[in-house]
Every structure is written in C-alpha cells, then in structure tokens.
Write a protein that binds this ligand. Structure first.
Ligand code: PLP
Length: 444
C-alpha cells in the first residue's frame, strides 16, 4: 500500500496487512504466518476465525444489531448479564455493558463515587491505586494508572489520585522477601488511608495480576485477603480491574478467584468478546447496587453503544464456546505447561531474569545481570528487540514494561489463545528460544 491516512501507533513504521486468521495463527497479505502468542493485546482468547461466532454475528445482524439502551433492552444483553452473574464471584451480579476496558474502569470509578453519594458520604471521591498499573487510556482511567509513559503528556489534566507501591516480589519496593516482609506492600494501603483520610477515598483499584505495566506480576499469598480486610475496616470499596486477567485468561473465571476474595466492582473487557467485537463491562455487587437502587435509581454513565444486541450476542456466544470447550480449565493446565517451558529457557539464557504468571497469562522479564537484576539501558531496548525479532520469525508477543519509579525494566507477555494445543506451545517456545538465543548473542 502506498500512501495511507490511517493513524497507526508508530507513524513511520510499516505494519503488515492482516489478511485472515485461524486458531492461533494469523496470516498477512504476503502469506506470512504468525503464531498469535499474545492473543493480540491479550484479547483473542478463543482463537481466530471461529465459525460459530461468525454465524452468531450474522444471525443477530439479520435480526437487529442496534437498539438504544434508554429505549430497549434485548435478549442477548439480558442473557449475557445472567451468564456473567454465574461466572462472577460472590454477589457481583450486575453488568453494565460498555465498549472498552477504559470505559469499564472509568465507569467503575463513577459507580464507586456515586455509591458513597447515595449513602450520604459525598466527600469520598478519591480512587487509590498502585504504581505499576494500567487501567485505561481515557483521562479518568489514566488518572488511576501508575504507568509513567502513558501518563507523561497529560499529567496536568489528570486527577491527583494517590498510589501505593506494587506487590512486585522480584524487585520488592521495600527491599524485603516474602514471607519475612509480612506483606508490607498490603499494609502500605492502610498507611496511605491514614495519610489521605478514609473520608476522602471512594475505592482502591488493582489488577489482580499486573498486566501491561508489569508483565504478569503475581502478588504473594495473603496479599488480597489483607487488602480486602483493610478496605472493609476503613469503608473503602475494592475494584478489581480484570480487563486483562478475567474471563478465564489466568486459569480461573476471574484471577481474583485464586485468593477467594470478592471485590465490590469488577471491570472486564478483552476476553469477554475475545476480540470479535468491542465489548466490556463494569460488574457491580449487590452491596454497591443496593443504595443506588433504593436511592436515585440511575447510574450516571453510559455510551451510545452500551449493551447493543450485536456485541452482547457475541459475548454470550464466546462464553458459551468457552464453557463447551472447558477453556478456563484448559488455561490453567496449558498455562502450567507454558510456564514450565519458559522456566527451562530461563535456566539456559541469563538475559531472562524472571518467568511468572498464572494460567495463560505469562510474563518474561529481561535483565543484563541475573545476580543484581540490573535492567538493560534504554538505548538497548531489549523489549523492542524481542518483539521485533519474534515478529520476523512469525511469533507475536506483547511488549510490557516492568519498572518501578525511576527505573525502566524490560518485559514481554506471552498469552496465546486458550485454545492452543500442547504441540503448538512447543512450537511457540521453540521460536521464542531462537529469538532469545540470537538477542543474547548480539548483546555479548
Ligand atoms: N485495564 C487493564 C488491566 C488493561 O490491561 C487495559 C488494556 O490493556 C485496560 C484497562 C484498557 O482497556 P482498553 O484498551 O480496552 O480501553
């Protein structure tokens, strides 16, 4: 293609043209094959080109694609809300459909503030979050995100929401080790609450497993139990941002299920429609809905395309497909195998400092020295080198970051479709090994 007026992420880079996809594979217009080792942006959970989903899209399109949510409800939207109620933990029964993860977390922010207003506590408006987090690109969502690069240009426009340090054991912000640390990272929440005042805080938001800004960082055991307990004691809502981790990606319906903690609000997206259509949701507990239902009876948010029949029909079909093929269970099993294979590479290649994750959300962090965990310099940009070389060799991996304040880190996410087969994992890991070997040789 010669001249293009499409705004792409990097304006002077050439991107291949996606022609079609089948299973874990994507093909470009030149016929080159790629293993989708990251499900795009951790989205295409059931793989590409699933005909059942295409069939549902066609059928729903023939019936009705769009109705405005203030005028109609629809059978697919109602059914999907019921299905999600069965997937979600505890009393998180209600779904507010939106179109992107950013809208889902931003709606969560608004619902949390509204909850306290309905309860006669209008000063509770701040959202506490963690540094090393990503909750979305719109200004409210970005205000909650501890992601230096994505915030930088807009800092003057962002709400001044406070952050605490992440539960990042590989580079503990407190220079301690688990379990001797006694979960200092969780106790930090309570210290922040004392500093800011519980009367000013509506909610604490966290990704159960840190995704884009940490590359599948799993907190130590007991962390979320403690977070839940602190939130309850200080009357602060707990929002789980499961946009990347939810809907089976990590080997449980929701990643928070690993810790038997029930959030007050859950944001989901990505895997909900597995990329077949834009769809996300803010899931709300009975506890949070109750004062709204008996109070103003209206959640002050929403979008033109919220709960449209076309997207919700796709979401419903995706969840039914996942149930039929037991993809949540598959994710846990295959994820264990993938992590094991990546850990074997870590033993062979010292540029791999850490391998982590749960289910089929795995992260690989690169270091220039495994003993002192020193990251590579910005000029070397190992993340970029790994992503580019992988792509050359027909493997897609997702660039993440893994830095604390004032320190950049290199990491990538490997998160193939949950439908991946064992021999396909072997093929993925074999290409990845070639990439790592070549890059390590180049760096020496
Ligand atoms: N929350 C998390 C945890 C995410 O990983 C992302 C996207 O990567 C978002 C929110 C924003 O989602 P979207 O890009 O669909 O707006």
């Amino acid at each position: 293609m010669n001249k293009s007026f499409l705004v792409k992420p990097f304006l002077d880079e050439d991107y291949p043209i996606a022609e079609y996809g089948k299973g874990i594979y994507l093909y470009d217009s030149e016929g080159k094959e790629y293993i989708d080792g990251s499900s795009g942006a951790v989205t295409a959970s059931i793989g590409h080109g699933v005909l059942e989903i295409a069939e549902v899209m066609k059928k729903q399109g023939e019936k009705v694609s769009f109705v405005y949510r203030s005028q109609f409800t629809s059978t697919p939207a109602e059914k999907l809300a019921w299905k999600l109620k069965d997937w979600a933990p505890g009393d998180v029964n209600w779904s507010f459909f939106v179109n992107s993860g950013s809208e889902a977390t931003e709606t969560a922010l608004k619902v949390a503030i509204q909850y306290w207003q309905e309860k006669g506590r209008p000063t509770k408006t701040k959202i506490l979050s963690r540094w090393m987090s990503y909750h979305g690109i719109t200004l409210g969502a970005l205000s909650m995100s501890g992601h230096e690069v994505r915030r930088a240009r807009f800092v003057p426009l962002l709400e001044d929401f406070p952050t605490i340090d992440p539960p990042y054991c590989y580079r503990c912000p407190f220079d301690q080790s688990y379990p001797e640390c006694q979960l200092k990272c969780a106790n930090e929440l309570e210290r922040a609450i004392y500093r800011i005042g519980a009367d000013n805080i509506a909610a604490f938001i966290a990704e159960p497993i840190i995704g884009a800004s940490g590359a599948a960082v799993v907190p130590p055991d007991g962390y979320y139990e403690k977070i839940r307990e602190i939130c309850d004691r200080h009357e602060i809502l707990f929002i789980a941002d499961e946009v990347m981790t939810g809907i089976g990606r990590c080997g449980k319906p929701f990643a928070i299920d690993y810790w038997s903690v029930v959030p007050d609000i859950i944001a989901i997206g990505k895997g909900l429609s597995a990329g077949y259509t834009p769809l996300a949701a803010t899931m709300i507990s009975e506890k949070v809905m109750e004062p709204i239902r008996s109070g103003s009876k209206l959640i002050m948010s929403g979008h033109t395309y919220s709960a449209n029949p076309q997207s919700t029909a796709v979401g419903l079909a995706v969840l039914e497909y996942m149930e039929k093929h037991m993809l949540v269970e598959q994710s846990e099993k295959k994820g264990n195998y993938l992590i094991n294979q990546l850990t074997q590479l870590q033993k062979k290649y010292p540029i791999i400092g850490d391998v982590r994750g749960k289910g089929l959300l795995t992260g690989v962090e690169f270091v220039s020295n495994i003993f002192n965990k020193l990251p590579f310099s910005e000029e070397v940009n190992v993340t970029n080198a790994v992503v580019k070389k992988s792509m050359e060799k027909g493997l897609l991996v997702y660039p993440a970051s893994a830095g604390l304040e004032g320190m950049r880190g290199d990491a990538i996410i490997v998160a193939p479709p949950l439908t991946i087969k064992k021999e396909e994992i072997d093929k993925l890991v074999s290409i990845f090994e070639n990439v790592i070997k070549e890059i390590q040789d180049e760096l020496q």
